[in-house]
Design a protein around this ligand. Structure first.
Ligand code: NAD
Ligand code: UDP
Length: 315
């Protein structure tokens, strides 16, 4: 009998990683979730713990990683992802993007597995090209507060391409733009959970700066579909996955207040250093090669996320 395909997902107890675990278990693969729980939570994978095709390994992937038996795919999603998280953990963030990528690429090489790295729109920094295309090299401040995350991810992309070119590893690079949905930590500091938390408690929504900076929000289910399509494609260069519908943070705050039926007002707080002024993915490449484009509009995704937070707000 043929062995079930096996996928190793680092960061599998986090927001996106846990949804990926769900997807691959549903698709009939054996899933090995590796996470040190620095920003993740076992709650996210509790429902999978008794599944015979799911295994959780608590481990810091910045240290060597040993997996028994064959492995077909390695997906490196481990990394703090919220600006607040990576400011709190700058060195673990640099390590997991660099040493963690090295270790997981080593695992892929040993097992002759396909490799996918979760990169980010942050590789474009505070972009001067809009919308951002994969050919744009970015505008990153390496020594600013976001440098620990941005440069770690840029290194991760570089080492991924080096393993591809030198060791002939079958690699994929996914550039994820702001993605949101159920299982985000309500206090992870990112704008979507922040605003929802504030709106549900009728507290003022904290818009940073004058709220003119833009972001484009992708619902998690669209993102997961993009990950799967990229993994099963043949594209080695970076691919943007995100929703190109762009909003200013002030528009977004108003949308959250409306969608949650809240009485909250808006308050303005200082803009964090190096906060990108604009962000919107050019997704023509993903559409051309993966036939992928997002299906869920922000209003719908927000409703579902707000409902989820209403039920799951623990504090
Ligand atoms: P998250 O914080 O919910 O998940 C990250 C997971 O990685 C957590 O479970 C954490 O405990 C784990 N982790 C971190 N360091 C680790 C280490 N050294 N060893 C093992 N596990 C470790 O964040 P997320 O939003 O789910 O992000 C997942 C990935 O997607 C990250 O690599 C992030 O950079 C990337 N990404 C996310 C977004 C987004 O909008 N959600 C955007 C761009 C890129
Ligand atoms: N932001 C905000 N209020 C908040 C949290 C964030 O106005 O309470 C802004 C932040 O300055 C940024 C945008 O929302 O311009 C998105 O921030 P987030 O932390 O979600 O991620 P980023 O896209 O900056 O990585």
């Amino acid at each position: 009998m043929r062995r079930r395909k096996k996928v190793v997902i680092t960061g599998g107890a986090g927001f996106l990683g846990s949804h990926l675990c769900d997807r691959f278990v549903e698709d009939g693969l054996k899933v090995i979730c590796v996470d040190n729980l620095i920003t993740g939570n076992l709650r996210n994978i509790k429902h999978l713990q008794r599944n015979k095709n799911f295994e959780f390994i608590r481990h810091d992937v910045s240290k060597k990683l040993h997996i028994k038996g064959g492995v077909d795919y390695v997906l490196h999603f481990a990394s703090p992802a919220s600006p607040i998280d990576y400011l709190n953990y700058p060195i673990p963030t640099l390590k997991v993007g660099s040493l963690g990528a090295h270790n997981t690429l080593g695992l892929a090489k040993l097992k002759k597995a396909r490799y996918l790295i979760a990169s980010t729109s942050e590789v474009y920094g505070d972009p001067e090209v809009h919308p951002q295309t994969e050919t744009y090299w970015g505008h990153v401040n390496p020594v600013g507060p976001r440098g620990c995350y941005d440069e770690a991810k840029r290194f991760a992309e570089a080492i991924t391409m080096a393993y591809h070119r030198y060791h002939k590893i079958d690699t994929r690079i996914l550039r994820i733009f702001n993605t949101y949905g159920p299982r985000m930590r309500i206090k992870d500091g990112r704008v979507v959970p922040n605003f929802i938390y504030q709106a549900l408690h009728n507290k003022a929504l904290t818009v940073y700066g004058r709220g003119k900076q833009t972001r484009s929000f992708c619902y998690y289910s669209d993102l997961i579909e993009g990950v799967v399509r990229l993994l099963y494609s043949k594209i080695h260069g970076p691919v943007n996955i995100g929703n190109p519908d762009e909003f200013t943070m002030l528009q977004f705050a108003k949308l959250v207040i409306k969608a949650s039926g809240s009485k909250s007002k808006i308050t303005y707080k200082p803009l964090p250093m190096d906060d990108p002024k604009q962000r919107k993915p050019d997704i023509r490449l993903a559409y051309k090669h993966l036939k992928w484009k997002p299906k869920i509009k922000l209003q719908q995704g927000l409703q579902e996320t707000i409902q989820w937070f209403k039920v799951n707000l623990t504090d």
